[in-house]
Design a binder for this molecule. Structure first.
Ligand SMILES: [Zn+2]
Length: 96
């Protein structure tokens, strides 16, 4: 029986932010330039900023469906990503 489990792995967060496709209800958006309405089933790169997509995260729970459609992308958990980027932002504010 095949089920999904999240794994813990170290990532360069700046690198992830530049190449992350965030999937919503019906379309995706680019975490680098915030472009909206991207066809997440097909887009290899952002139509606006041109960055390649290497990572994907989802606002919905259709993880398996998205994974099946985009085996070329590394699937990260959006909550994990938001937690880390929130912490980095807070640290930046503290040091400025
Ligand atoms: Zn972009």
């Amino acid at each position: 029986m095949i089920e999904l489990l999240r794994v813990w792995k170290e990532f360069d967060i700046d690198e992830v932010s530049k190449h992350l496709l965030i999937v919503g209800e019906s379309a995706g958006d680019c975490s680098n330039c915030r472009e909206l309405g991207i066809n997440y089933l097909a887009a290899k790169s952002c139509p606006k900023c041109g960055n390649d997509f290497k990572y994907v995260a989802s606002r919905t729970h259709e993880t398996r469906k998205i994974k099946n459609k985009r085996p070329d992308l590394i699937f990260i958990d959006l909550e994990d990503y938001k937690k880390v980027t929130g912490r980095i932002k807070a640290k930046d504010l503290f040091h400025n």
